[in-house]
Design a protein around this ligand. Structure first.
Ligand SMILES: [Zn+2]
Length: 113
């Protein structure tokens, strides 16, 4: 399951950050989920909750925000979101577009008490 490996990565990052803090209770996590990450939010939530509980973090609020898919044209440097799923630059009609946002799941914020 893709979500479980993503969740494990997030928990590892979280562990690093928490180890730099004084002992505290974890209250909430805020994550940005890219539109192109292929992550199903429900599955990611389930995976994170089970890993958190396994580490003794109970009742942690998980907040998800969508992160848009943003492309960049390699020909004319246009950047933006596309209305359609056609990978075509709206400025110069080139078909060589790089994805510059929307592929990742990012741990944005950690709230502790
Ligand atoms: Zn272009």
């Amino acid at each position: 399951m893709h979500e479980m490996s993503v969740a494990t990565g997030i928990i590892n990052v979280l562990g690093d950050k928490l180890s730099q803090l004084a002992p505290c209770k974890l209250i909430a996590l805020e994550l940005t989920v890219g539109k192109l990450s292929g992550i199903e939010e429900h599955s990611l939530r389930f995976a994170l909750e089970s890993l958190l509980v396994g580490q003794g973090h109970t009742d942690v609020h998980l907040r998800f925000r969508d992160s848009p898919a943003v492309f960049k044209c390699t020909a004319c440097n246009w950047q933006g979101q596309l209305e359609t799923f056609t990978l075509l630059c709206p400025d110069c009609q080139a078909t060589e577009l790089d994805i510059i946002n929307g592929q990742d799941v990012i741990l944005e914020r950690i709230e502790v008490e």
